[in-house]
Design a protein around this ligand. Sequence first.
Ligand code: NAD
Ligand code: SAH
Length: 418
Amino acid sequence: MEYHVRDLQLAELGKRRIEWAERDMPVLRSIRERFAKEKPFVGVRISACLHVTTETANLMITLKEGGAEVFLTASNPLSTQDDVAAALVHYFGIPVFAIKGEDRDTYYSHLHAVIRKEPHIVIDDGADLISTLHREYPQLAQKILGGMEETTTGVIRLRAMAERGVLLFPVIAVNDAMTKHMFDNRYGTGQSTIDGILRATNRLIAGSTFVVAGYGWCGKGVAQRARGMGATVVVTEVDPIKALEAKMDGFLVMPMIEAAKIGDFFVTVTGNTSVIREEHFKVMKDGAIISNAGHFDVEIDIKALEKLSVGKREVRNFVEEYTLYDGRRIYLLAQGRLVNLASAEGHPASVMDMSFANQALCAEYILKHHSQLERKVYKVPREIDTQVAQLKLASMGVQIDQLTPEQLSYLSSWEIGT
Ligand code: NAD
Ligand code: SAH
């Protein structure tokens, strides 16, 4: 079997951690049990580009139990859990191509390795796999039945491809399922970003000024959790509606140039580029801690930070100290890459349970419906979204009301007024 992981000796640890995550993924487990009986994916090859974590391992195992031949590469050079990669190879016979801290060339060579398996279905997180397929393997791309995309920025990139008429197969925007972004992006990013900052710095959040750039689903989660830990939270935005929402949710709202002067911690979660840049570094306090939980490593302009610096050294794992021309120090976490996945373990299993249940059910949907799908970006079918919510509620022991016949007829009537 072809694979590329750091060390197979780590497999035992990885297996135990995969099992620990599995205990908190009841929705995915119920899908896995059905797949194991029905084997919907026999003869199907699936290549996935996802963070190599314990939660992703459970998705890969689910698809394999459904009969698929699966291949996994990392969606970020820093997020791979080497023990999980080893366990997937050693105990589950799943080829993995991922090593934590791999350089850019290795990262792309791993993408090529899973593309060369000639998949029928692809799963992406950030659209690197799908864009590489389109750029370098258009003949293989033509043959793909469909794909799924896990994250906000990936969906934006794929919509741009569809609008320009260059997308060669249908893609389902898993991120846009309500049971994905309302929970994964908000509660997952909220908790795991704070976790990443704490593991990297071990600093006290209570009493600090905590700046969150972007008040989308992720930003709301991070802002809420930072407030919960006792910080004064400042939100920066470019969208007037989101800014108003942040203000009415009780946060301070101001431009980054003002926030930069007062922040102790900074987190960017915008999906945009150069959100913290030269003009901001110039006014930051000595000791400011900056990090990113949004897409890729472009939200913080690291080149500008380097230009302003006279020295740089690693002071703790995932903490780089930049000494500026005037002696101030700025601490950059996880090289500006996703802090929650680089210095912590990403979102907890309970929330990935819903994201990956959507992925598993969408893979099955593509297999059944690919002949009716066009080369477009599709929403997750409503039935899948609802089913995931129902299964999650059931696993939590929560019951809800049903509409009565009278209510059903009232909601579809127009005659009855005041
Ligand atoms: P979103 O579209 O809901 O929110 C992004 C927000 O950023 C928007 O409100 C937008 O107006 C704002 N914004 C854009 N440019 C800005 C700027 N210059 N300054 C301030 N605000 C700005 O997206 P989301 O679902 O919250 O995702 C945000 C990013 O996080 C995406 O790149 C997504 O892929 C990524 N993401 C990361 C994780 C993780 O585990 N770290 C999880 C989910 C999503
Ligand atoms: N390639 C991009 C990926 C964006 S990451 C980059 O490197 O910047 C954002 C995605 O990570 C989210 O949509 C979320 O679903 C996923 N994620 C968060 N925690 C995870 C975990 N524990 N396991 C797998 N994926 C996770």
